[in-house]
Design a protein around this ligand. Structure first.
Ligand code: GRG
Length: 298
């Protein structure tokens, strides 16, 4: 049975208010960065828009677990920093070699490859600083747990590992298990860190943490399936990044293996399963955010 979001919950208003909170925190997050040229390259990509789904998931999970979202904001910013650095590096000529991101020229097109690599490095390390040194009011043992989550999500057990397998699989026959591995690591790991970190900051119970891990796995895989679909069906103008890249790079995707219709059904099933595990809790924002993953057009 489908788990529905309460009709009294105004998701559009929630999303916009959360996005504005996150934008304000991001805006003030790079204040003392030196040298100025590095700060400019970091800000260029960090403040370029984007859906801000990852920090919003972090705040929503914190609030679901009974925490004060403002205590999770430095971690929410950190997660957006890791995501942004992964986009900067993903766009480099040595990786996806793209020139459009978030509706603007990619970081290396504006600042050159060396500066883009360093801006990414500085965002990644600044993310850990946000958690360890700029999270007032959160008990140190919770911050240590968040640092652990973030490390697992960013490194070989997460984004980096997923990206390596993705690159190695280009122009090769890939089966569904390998594709799922790539999606769960390259995309799902950071989404899991968002949800789990928010809950850890609030001191969530083990049953809730377990449910959130299952929820995150479902939405993480669904998110990348929809990303594969949008790459085929949406325009570069709407996406703010180059459409049709997967076909051009001869990448295996869900639509390539299963077709568009079955891929969409798979993503919707995953979102329903993700929502179902949160049924024992009052989780309207996380339920609606899960639906947003399949209904989004960019
Ligand atoms: C994290 C140390 C470290 C290295 C990064 C380059 C790399 C290693 C990994 C690539 C990861 C990657 C780019 C995965 C794709 C994830 C994805 C679907 C991004 C698009 O996310 P959206 O749609 O983008 O949320 P916006 O712009 O809205 O934030």
């Amino acid at each position: 049975m489908a788990v529905t979001v309460s009709t009294t919950f105004n998701f559009a208003a929630y999303l916009e208010a959360s996005r504005q909170r996150v934008e304000a925190a991001l805006e003030s997050s790079l204040a003392p960065e030196r040298p100025e040229s590095l700060r400019e390259a970091m800000r260029y990509s960090l403040l370029a828009g984007g859906k801000r789904l990852r920090p919003i998931l972090c705040l929503a999970a914190c609030e679901l677990a009974g925490g004060d979202g403002s205590l999770a904001m430095p971690t929410a910013v950190a997660l957006e920093m890791v995501h942004t650095m992964s986009l900067i590096h993903d766009d480099l000529p040595a990786m996806d070699n793209d020139d459009l991101r978030r509706g603007r020229p990619t970081n290396h097109k504006v600042y050159g490859e060396a500066k883009a690599i360093l801006a990414g490095d500085a965002l990644l390390t600044r993310a850990f600083e946000m958690v360890a040194l700029r999270s007032p009011g959160v008990p140190p043992e919770r911050l240590l747990a968040v640092v652990g989550e973030l490390s697992l999500a960013a490194g070989a057990p997460g984004l980096v590992g997923g990206q390596v397998v993705d690159l190695e699989c280009e122009a090769k026959q890939v089966d569904l298990d390998t594709l799922e591995y790539i999606h769960l690591h390259k995309t799902g790991a950071l989404l899991r860190a968002c949800v789990v970190s928010g809950a850890l900051i609030a001191g969530a119970s083990e049953p809730l943490l377990g449910a959130l891990r299952t929820y995150a796995r479902g939405i993480g895989l669904a998110f990348q399936i929809i990303d594969d679909i949008l790459d085929l069906t949406a325009s570069s103008e709407v996406l703010g990044k180059t459409a049709g890249k997967d076909l051009a790079a001869d990448k295996t995707t869900y639509p390539k293996l299963l077709g568009l219709e079955e891929s969409r059904r798979r993503a919707e099933d995953l979102v329903q399963e993700a929502k179902a595990v949160l049924q024992p809790w009052e989780a309207q924002p996380l339920l609606a955010l899960a639906d947003y993953i399949t209904s989004r057009d960019r």
